[in-house]
Design a protein around this ligand. Sequence first.
Ligand SMILES: Nc1nc2c(c(=O)[nH]1)N[C@H]1C(S)=C(S)[C@@H](COP(=O)(O)OP(=O)(O)OC[C@H]3O[C@@H](n4cnc5c(=O)[nH]c(N)nc54)[C@H](O)[C@@H]3O)O[C@H]1N2
Ligand SMILES: Nc1nc2c(c(=O)[nH]1)N[C@H]1C(S)=C(S)[C@@H](COP(=O)(O)OP(=O)(O)OC[C@H]3O[C@@H](n4cnc5c(=O)[nH]c(N)nc54)[C@H](O)[C@@H]3O)O[C@H]1N2
Ligand SMILES: [Mo]
Length: 773
Amino acid sequence: MTVSETSAHWGTYRVEVSADGRRILAATPYDDDPDASPAIGNVADAHDAPSRVRRPAVRRSWLENGPGADASRGRPGDAFVEVDWDTALELTARELERVRGVHGDSAVFGGSYGWGSAGRFHHAQSQLHRFLNLTGGYTRSVNSYSRGASIVLLPHLVGRAADLDLRARPVPWHEIEEHTDLLVTFGGLRRSNTWVVPGGHDRHIASGRARRMAGSTHVVSLSALRDDAFHDVGAEWIGVMPGTDTAVLLALIHVLDAEGLADEGFLSRFTTGAERIRRQVRGDDDGVPKTPEWAESISRTPAAAIRDLARRMAAGRTLVNVAFSLQRGEHGEHAVHAALALAAFLGQIGLPGGGFAHGYGSMGDYGVGVVGAKLPVFDQGVNPVDAFIPCARISDLLLHPGEAYAYDGRTLRYPSIALAYWAGGNPFHHHQDLGRLRAAIARLETFIVHETHWTATAKHADIVLPATSTLERDDVAAGAGDRRLRAVRAAATPVGEARDEFRILSGLADRLGRGEAFHEGRDAGAWLRHLYERWREAPQSPPAPPFDEFWEEGGAPLPQDPYPDAVFSRFRADPAAHPLETPSGRIELHSDVIAGFGLVEVPGHPVWTERTQWWGAPDAATFDIHLLCNQPSHRLHSQHDMGAASRSTKVAGREPLRLHPDDAAARGIRAGDVVRVRSPRGSLLAGAVLTHDVLPGAAQMSTGAWFDPSRPDIADCIAGNVNVLTHDVGTTPLSQGSSGAHVLVAVERWDGEVPRVAAYDPPAFAPHAAIAQ
Ligand SMILES: Nc1nc2c(c(=O)[nH]1)N[C@H]1C(S)=C(S)[C@@H](COP(=O)(O)OP(=O)(O)OC[C@H]3O[C@@H](n4cnc5c(=O)[nH]c(N)nc54)[C@H](O)[C@@H]3O)O[C@H]1N2
Ligand SMILES: Nc1nc2c(c(=O)[nH]1)N[C@H]1C(S)=C(S)[C@@H](COP(=O)(O)OP(=O)(O)OC[C@H]3O[C@@H](n4cnc5c(=O)[nH]c(N)nc54)[C@H](O)[C@@H]3O)O[C@H]1N2
Ligand SMILES: [Mo]
C-alpha cells in the first residue's frame, strides 16, 4: 500500500492505494483542512467503477453507416464497438480532416465547457483548445454557467476592472467580521458550496470564517430554503419564492427612498441613473409604486419583514451579497442589478465591510483575503476562427444554424456545426432541457468525447476516448489564495487503456501533421518541468525552488499577500483619480449603453417583469411547485455520482426531492416515497424528503444525478437529473446566460414500478467483428 496526496476542485486529500496500484483503498482529508468536502468519500468507488471508460469505443451505427445526423444516439439499444488506440486515433484524425475540408473550420464546435480536472497541465479544455487551434481553429464558447448573466451585465455597470475585483478582491471575511453590522445575503451562504474552489483548496476556511463572522455580524438570509445559511449559529431566515428577489430588492429601495434613508450624497457623487430607479420604485413610469406590499404579492415575503429589513439596513454598516444562483434564472440580470442599486442607495460601497458582494456562499475562495498568485499556464495558442456562442446556447446553436440572435448589444448568427468535440465537461449534466439537448446532439454528423466515465454525454458520442483521471498522472495544482503550489503525483495506474489528454491529442496532432507544433517534442513529464521552470523564472513569480526540489518536496510556497484594498475602496476615496471603467466613470444604476441596445427585457435599470417560471405564472396552475435546482453537497456537479458519499444522500435509490410537509400531505406523499416530478419538458423519479426548511410551494433537488433515460415508459430520467425538467432559455438577450436555477414542476406520488437505475452501467458493447473496415 502507498499513500499519496492528490488534488481536485473539491480539495486536497490523501489516497491509500493497493500495492498493485489498481485500487484506491481509502481517501482521507488533508491534515489541517478544517472543513474537508465529503466528496472525497466518492473517490475510492469512482476510480475503478464499472462505469470507467476502459478502451476507446466507437458507436456501432456511426461505424457502419458513417457520420451523419442520427436520432439513435444515446437511445436504448445503441451499442459501441471497442477498438484499439491506433484505430480510434486514425478514425478521429480522418474525421476531423473530413469535416474541416467539407464544412470549414468553424463547423467544429470545441467549446467543451466543464469542470474536468484541477491540474494546471492536464486540464482537458486547455489541451483540447491548443490542439484545435493548431489544426485550424474551432467555434468556441464564452462565459460560464456559473455567472453567465453577471459576466456580461456587471462590466456595463461598474466597468471591467471592478467586475474582476468583485470576484478577486471583494470585501474580505475578516473585514465583514470586524466592520459589518448586517450581512444581508440573497441565496444564503451555503457551506457545501464553499467546499469547491477552481483548482482546489488544501484548507477550506470559508465556512469557519462565516461561522466566526456570524458571532459578531447579524446575518439575514433571503431564500426559499432555511438551510441555505447557518441557522444553527443564529442566521435569520426570510422566505422569498425563487426568482422574485428583484421585487423584494426594489421594495427595499422604495422604503429607503420613501423614508428619507437613501444616501443622497453617495448617489450624486458616485453613481448615475439613481433618478431612473427612483421613478421606477415610486411608480412614476407605470403607476405601480414598488411598495413592500407590492413585493409581497410577488415574492410571498411578508411586507412587514421587508420594511423592517430596509430600516435595519440603513441603521448600520451593511453588506448586500447575492449568490450566483440569483442570476441563473430568467431575467437573472435584474436581481444582480437591483442588489447593486440597493447597496448604492445605502451609500456604503467602498467602505470597510459595506456595500455589495457577489459570491459569498457560491465559491470557497471568495473573500479569503489573499491575492490569488500567478500560476503556471499551458499555452492554448490563437484560434483562427472567430465564431463563438455564450456557452448556455449550445442546443440553440445545433438546432438553429444560420439563425440570428442577440448578445450584448450585437446581433450574432449561429454557425453551422457538423462536429462537436468535448473533453472535461458533461453537457448531459450541465445543460437545461435534456430532451432538447438530445434532439440537438442528434443533428451532429459526429460527436467526439474524452471521458473518464461512461456519462450520458459519452453514451451519446460517436467516438469515446478513455481519459486518465487526476489520480493517474503527475500535475501541479493550486486554488486562489492557497498556501502552496502542489506537486500532484500520480497515485494509481491508469484504469484500462486510459491515456492523458496530452498523449491522446499528441497522437492526433501527429496524424494531422501538427505533432511538433502541439507537443514541441516534449512528453508530459518534460512539459510539467518546462511549465514549472517558465513560471519560476517569470518576473512576477514568487521565489520557488528548482523543479526537482519542488517535486521532491511536494510543493512550493505561494505568497500570502493580503488584498491591497477591497473593490471600490480607491474609487470611493478619490473618484476623480480612480474612475470606474464605465462611460460616466461612476456606478451606472441606469446604463445608457444597455438601454441603447433596445431590449424590452433590459431597459438599462432593474425592473421586475413576470417570468414563465414563477408561482404567479400561467403554467403554475398545473405546475404548482417551484423547484430549486441547486449544487449538490456531496459531489462536484455530476462527478462521481456512483461513489459512496453521493450514494449516501440518495432516497429510494435516487436523487432526493425536499418539500414542505403540507405540500407532501396534500399529495399523499410520505417521507421516503418515490415521487414523479414533471414539467412541460420532461419527467423524473425522485425520493421524497419532508422538511420545514423549505417554503410551502417551493421544493429543492440538487443537480448532478446521472441522466438515466433507460425507462422512457416511466419517466424521462429515472435517477433524478433535474435538467430533464428545466427550461432552455437565455436569461435575457443581453447575456444569454443559463436559466437552470429553478423551474415550475408538478409532484405526485409514484405507485408504479420502481425501476433499477441503469445510469452507471457501461453501454452495450458489440463484437469487434462489426468494425466496417
Ligand atoms: N439546472 C441546473 N443546471 C446547472 C446548474 C444549476 O445550478 N442548475 N449549474 C451549472 C453550473 S454553475 C456549472 S459550472 C455546470 C457544471 O457542468 P460540468 O462542469 O459539465 O459538470 P461536471 O459533472 O463537473 O463535468 C465534468 C466532466 O469531466 C469529466 N472529467 C473529469 N476529469 C477529466 C479529465 O481529466 N479528462 C476528461 N476528458 N474528462 C474528465 C468528469 O467525468 C465529468 O463528466 O453545471 C451547470 N448546470
Ligand atoms: N459541493 C459543491 N459545491 C459547489 C459546486 C458543486 O457542484 N458541489 N459547484 C460550484 C460551482 S461551479 C458554482 S458556479 C457554485 C454555484 O454557486 P450558487 O449559484 O450560489 O449555488 P446554488 O447551490 O445553485 O445556489 C445557492 C442557493 O441559492 C438559492 N437560490 C436559488 N435561486 C434563488 C433565487 O432566485 N432567489 C434566492 N433568494 N435564492 C435562490 C437556492 O436555495 C440555493 O441553495 O457552486 C460551487 N460549489
Ligand atoms: Mo459553475
